[in-house]
Design a protein around this ligand. Structure first.
Ligand code: BGC
Length: 596
């Protein structure tokens, strides 16, 4: 039997396929009680703003009880709201308010690890080696005669060793003489043991808990790492672990193992108990030929595509990624996900203001991109970054599939650089001193009002949050907001017809009118469509059309990645990402939508 949701206004089971999803990082969105921390009633108070933006769904980063060792991705209790952010009743009110205006709710689920304050981990610390309490996590004896060497030399993704020793629980045992547990992220995030049926059952309970409360979908954190194989003795070295070629696809000991899909097949059965079925999107950094496995309709259904987020602003790079991902999605009957920014990455308007491939930029697994945070020793061309950012998002919004936006990008917010060390929160800053400034620069609380305390983020009457965050006394913003934040405030941008906010509102609404249900596009040839264009300039142009809509009109998107103007293709220009000073011309680093 399927359980209908009375608060749901849109019962279309395919709502997610071409949705515009807005990521809320709750602690930095809106603060209803002036304690400097964004909260659930704060989100409810901004439902009109979200409605006017025109989005179809919100995705909430974790709002569960947490000591915030990793911004809430260290979860103490998966079935509750952090008291600092509100209550379950507040959550229900928020869901009803969002549903009432047709916005779906997606929540983050963090299954690879709990926090070290979770009741299970606390019980495991008190229990003996080999006990059922320890079997929910990955505990191992240490190496060496006294077991005081870690079971392997593995490194955590946040830097530092991935194994930590616990006290010996035997009577008279040494406080530091016990077993070791695995934590692939912070030490406060012990990895769960997904071979344990109890762990599997408990997550099904969590999925039902939130689905019963009207949650429409789940974003699955670190989706590729749940199942692991630690049976080798000795365990492989970290150098071997990092060399993916030593194992056949799906057989790596720590990530992207084929067994993980059994877990998600079980989740799908739970999703299908509801009407419409709950949805999911996997966060999984896996090789391109494995992504489709996470997006099958018998599994999670959709996977994040981070390739554009990691690409330089370059027409050929964008076209290659778009083409290959359209193919992947068709393989699984999934839809594409397009994204330029999130809570882990340098905000894209700042990224695009940096030179391509700046020194120090490293590619690869998540986390490596964080080196760019702060743009150390690099000057950011903010004007160019914003121009390119607007052009790129307009291109993404014209693509078939769903687009994920990150709070504040609709204001054109840049990455905040120069956060004082004492105010930093991200564990990556503390584990990589002098190397990685961490992700705080994209998590600074939003400016709502230029001329208000904490730029309207909270209700506090205290001083602005400028560099006050952890100085004690009166705080208004848990991360300090820079002085210039007011220039990007919502009230300022609403009053300016050319602002980035007004641009996002127009683009999102227009997309809904222009978009056909068919998830396809046709590439058009700039040499043919833009008479007189030079061969070099044509290489910088991406031009495509979407299938016609009911009135027979066709949506054409043209994006000029070069710096010089090119001819505008034929058709009625509906919107452009920047000014169009000369009729018949598309300026450099600008995207336009036309109707034919
Ligand atoms: C989240 C990060 C988090 C990590 C560990 C990532 O996928 O997006 O913010 O630090 O998982 O949970």
């Amino acid at each position: 039997m399927t359980i209908p949701d009375p608060t749901m206004t849109n019962l279309d089971p395919n709502w997610w396929r071409q949705a515009v999803v807005y990521q809320i990082y709750p602690r930095s969105f809106a603060d209803s009680n002036g304690d400097g921390i964004g909260d659930i009633p704060g989100i409810t108070s901004r439902v009109d703003y979200l409605k006017n933006l025109g989005i179809n769904a919100v995705w909430l980063s974790p709002f569960y009880p947490s000591a915030l060792a990793d911004g809430g991705y260290d979860v103490d209790d998966y079935r509750d709201v952090d008291p600092k952010l509100g209550t379950l009743e507040d959550f229900d009110e928020m869901v009803s308010a969002l549903h009432a205006v047709g916005i779906k709710v997606v929540v983050d689920i963090v299954p690879n690890h709990t926090s070290n304050r979770h009741v299970w981990f606390q019980a495991a610390l008190k229990a003996a080696p080999g006990s059922p309490e320890r079997a929910r996590y990955v505990f191992r004896d240490g190496l060496g005669p006294n077991g005081d060497l870690p079971p392997a030399d593995w490194e955590s993704f946040f830097g530092g060793p991935a194994w930590r020793r616990v006290p010996d629980t035997a009577p008279g045992g040494h406080p530091k003489g016990g077993q070791w547990y695995l934590h692939m992220f912070a030490p406060e995030q012990p990895d769960l043991n997904w071979d344990n049926p109890e762990v599997r059952e408990d997550f099904l309970k969590t999925l039902r808990f939130w689905s019963d409360r009207g949650v429409d979908g789940f974003r699955v954190d670190v989706a590729s790492m749940l199942t692991k194989d630690l049976s080798a003795n000795p365990l492989p070295s970290w150098a071997e672990i990092q060399d993916g070629t030593l194992w056949a696809p799906g057989r790596h000991p720590l990530w992207d193992r084929d067994e993980v899909f059994d877990v998600y097949h079980g989740w799908r059965q739970v999703f299908n108990e509801y009407d419409p079925p709950r949805t999911a999107v996997a966060e999984a950094f896996v090789p391109p030929d494995r992504t489709h496995k996470y997006a099958t309709q018998e599994g999670l259904g959709q996977i994040f595509n981070f390739d554009l987020l990691q690409a330089n602003y370059n027409a050929a790079a964008f076209r290659k990624i778009i083409t290959s991902h359209l193919k992947f999605a068709a393989q699984t009957k999934s839809s594409n996900t397009w994204v330029l920014s999130n809570h882990d990455q340098v905000r894209h308007v700042s990224r695009y203001g940096l030179p391509n491939n700046p020194p120090g930029a490293r590619e690869g697994h998540m986390g490596r991109q964080w080196d760019l945070h702060g743009g150390k020793n690099m000057s950011i061309n903010a004007e160019q970054g914003l121009r390119r950012g607007r052009a790129a998002i307009m291109l993404l919004l014209a693509l078939p599939g769903s687009t994920y936006l990150y709070q504040g990008e609709e204001l054109g917010l840049p990455q905040v650089t120069g956060i004082p060390d004492h105010a930093r929160q991200d564990p990556t800053f503390f584990t990589n001193p002098g190397v990685d400034v961490g992700r705080d620069g994209c998590r600074v609380p939003l400016p709502w009002q230029a001329d208000a305390p904490a730029f309207g983020f909270g209700t506090s009457r205290g001083p602005r949050g400028v560099a006050k965050a952890s100085s004690g006394g009166e705080t208004t913003s848990h991360l300090p907001q820079p002085e210039y934040w007011g220039d990007f405030a919502v009230d300022v941008e609403l009053a300016d017809p050319d602002s980035t906010l007004r641009f996002y509102q127009k683009a999102i609404k227009l997309r809904q009118q222009l978009e056909a249900p068919e998830e396809t596009l046709t590439w058009l040839d700039p040499d043919v469509e833009l008479p007189g264009i030079s061969a070099a300039a044509a290489n910088d142009v991406l031009l495509f059309s979407r299938p016609p809509v009911a009135d027979g009109s066709t949506w054409v998107c043209v994006s000029n990645f070069g710096t010089d103007p090119v001819p505008m293709p034929k058709g009625e220009v509906l919107l452009a990402s920047g000014p169009l000073p000369n009729p018949g011309e598309l300026p450099g680093e600008t995207t336009a939508w036309l109707r034919r």
